[in-house]
Design a protein around this ligand. Structure first.
Ligand code: SF4
Length: 331
């Protein structure tokens, strides 16, 4: 009861409802549309203040597209993105401006996302300049504070991106993302390009920055160990849809969806005495242009029944674990 009451009190930092992104497939001289890639197809979730929502799935499942849609880096084909009670999905650029400050993104490759001709200080201070928030000495001091906050020395503000290590460059990206005081940061595989020893430092930095604040993260990754470490809740995507959404502990100890079971079964266990009991799925992810009918997972699911081929399962509370949302006829 106490947990349910706590959940009710949580305030969403951002909420998406039935979000869609369908890319047209064009062919021939006349560039005729011959189909659509259903990259994101009716995704709904909220990220609460101070929370990290992990978003996992195989490559091509649409998780990075969700991150880009959230910031309107690409335009949605349908659905809504609610921030502070307003739907930003249809807003003009001018209307979006105050909301842009509230949502920032950190990309996978910290080198290609930094302008090599700008000093690190100018890169971090650029959003403050663009939004007219501070100038001159005030901006320099603010940038120095941001450098300290992410574990860099203010003296390094004069250096250029190539003078930093991979981990330090990602710290610059994080400082730039923090500059405008966002409510939500989307991390799109933010540690995947870093050495394993550096990954932990950057993850711990992100967690430190969140501690005691209302900062929310959408953490997109294919690395389940990293997601387990940083997330409060986890959403699993398959072919453009969320197939399971639950508290981190629940997902990792008692997954409900066969696809989540398979993802976890594919993670190596460091102790040879421990054997994975679950079955691995076989085959590749089907094309998002010609998706299987019914449950999109039925072509790979070891539990599939006839109903799965014709009827699409809805994301509903699982019978065995009502706090878990799962899209499966059997769970
Ligand atoms: Fe497998 Fe059917 Fe459940 Fe889809 S609905 S995950 S095919 S059992």
């Amino acid at each position: 009861m106490a947990e349910a009451a706590q959940k009710q009190q949580r305030t969403p930092a951002v909420e998406v409802v039935d979000l869609k992104k369908h890319f047209p497939v064009k062919k021939g001289l006349l560039r005729t549309t011959v189909g659509h890639v259903h990259a994101v197809d009716g995704v709904s979730f909220a990220i609460y203040q101070g929370e990290t929502l992990g978003l996992v799935g195989e490559s091509g499942c649409g998780k990075s597209t969700v991150g880009r849609l959230l910031l309107r880096l690409i335009e949605p084909s349908g659905g809504s993105i609610m921030v502070d009670g307003a739907d930003v999905s249809q807003m003009s650029k001018a209307e979006m401006r105050p909301y842009r400050r509230q949502m920032q993104i950190i990309f996978q490759d910290p080198f290609s996302s930094l302008n090599p001709r700008m000093s690190a200080g100018d890169i971090v201070g650029e959003p403050l300049m663009v939004h007219g928030l501070s100038r001159g000495q005030e901006r320099t001091e603010r940038v120095a504070q941001l450098f300290e906050r992410v574990g860099l020395r203010p003296a390094q503000m004069r250096n250029f991106p190539h003078e930093f290590s991979g981990g330090q460059r990602q710290r610059i990206c994080i400082a730039r993302a923090l500059a405008l005081g966002p409510k939500v940061i989307v991390g799109d595989e933010p540690v995947s390009a870093l050495d394993v020893s550096i990954q932990a430092q950057v993850i711990n930095l992100l967690m430190d920055l969140q501690r005691g604040s209302n900062l929310a993260y959408l953490f997109i990754s294919h690395n389940l160990a990293v997601v387990e470490h940083i997330s409060h809740r986890v959403a699993v995507m398959y072919l453009g849809r969320i197939v399971e959404l639950a508290e981190k502990k629940t997902i990792f100890t008692s997954p409900q969806h066969p696809y989540t079971e398979a993802l976890l079964a594919a993670v190596p266990v460091p102790d040879p005495a421990i054997k994975r009991a679950k079955r691995l799925v076989e085959g590749d992810v089907p094309s998002p242009v010609n998706r299987p009918t019914g449950c999109h997972f039925h072509t790979r699911c070891p539990y599939a029944i006839d109903r799965c081929k014709v009827e699409e399962p809805k994301l509903l509370p699982a019978k065995a674990a009502p706090d878990t949302l799962v899209a499966c006829h059997l769970r």
